[in-house]
Ligand binder design. Sequence first.
Ligand code: KG4
Ligand code: ZN
Length: 345
Amino acid sequence: MVLLRFLMETYILGIESSCDDTAAAIICNDVICSNVTAGQEVHKNFGGVVPELASRAHQQNIIPVVDTAIQKANISKKQLSAIAFTRGPGLLGSLLVGTSFAKAMALGLNIPLIEVNHLHAHIMAHFIRNDAHTNPIPKFPFLCLTVSGGHTQIVLVHEPFNMEVIGQTIDDAAGETFDKAAKIMGLPYPGGPVIDELAKQGDGQRFGFAKPVISGLNFSFSGLKTAILYFLRDQLKIDPEFILKNKADLAASIQQTIIDILLQKLVTASNSTGIREIAIAGGVSANSGLRTALLAGQLHHQWNVFIPSLSYSTDNAAMIAIAGYYKFLKGEFSNQQVAPYARSS
Ligand code: KG4
Ligand code: ZN
């Protein structure tokens, strides 16, 4: 049976609805055929994701998004071998929409249902292959810096679903820090990509922010957020146009500080484990400064570096589909009683 699964052409529908992106993707074995995401503009006016509005938008988006993914893959839903969905962590109301939809569709088509952990999926995005299977994938064991809006972790990946968190934030996540810094500067949500763009024109050494001293491989970002808040409050008292005049340098300096904090721990993790296969994952892995810093690590630390393509960095369903494919091969299916969870255990 397991051998048969390897030989078959397997189509899996992946569904992601953990936060404010409604996404669906079709994978044929480990090659993506379609990858569709509907973002939610509705949150922009509120400076952050409003859970109630997110669930409602998922309800509106899920059918057209799944339908488009199937059409773009040029298959019929009858060809699907299984449906994979994000079970958690995330916003419960948002997860419920994707979970309920996946359960109903799997039941209707009489095919297996596969639950996927959102954070595992960000890491598993590295195993998506191109048509010719020529893109390099990490060798086990490898280290993955998973940096998103809700999480900052250094994960020791032994096997596809054997992952050990060896360091994590004790307060705010890296993405949250980008978003909060942007908010303090009066920039729109989500702040990460906005700061990234501004930073390209700025001097990252212009303003110095103290870095936290945290033992081991853990991170802390709440002090940086407070430092930015107090620094700008003091500067604005002297010059009310301080932010306006120094936007790019501020963005670059904040970004540089976040990257330095992340990289310092990643280097420590690599040195202490002796692992030189290094990957990044999650929304913040889209950051151009972080990508450049990681590439520099190839030279400075003899790392073999893996950076996901931009479409697989921020939340997407392709990563759910590839994680689903690996579970499909192992025959790891869920039953119809499965319920979403907001936090990972
Ligand atoms: O993985 P993700 O899409 O959603 C979660 O699972 O949280 O990550 C979203 C986070 C947000 O905080 C967003 O500001 C950040 O990723 N982000 C970025 C960039 N693109 C997205 N942060 C820095 N630079 C970027 N280019
Ligand atoms: Zn994510």
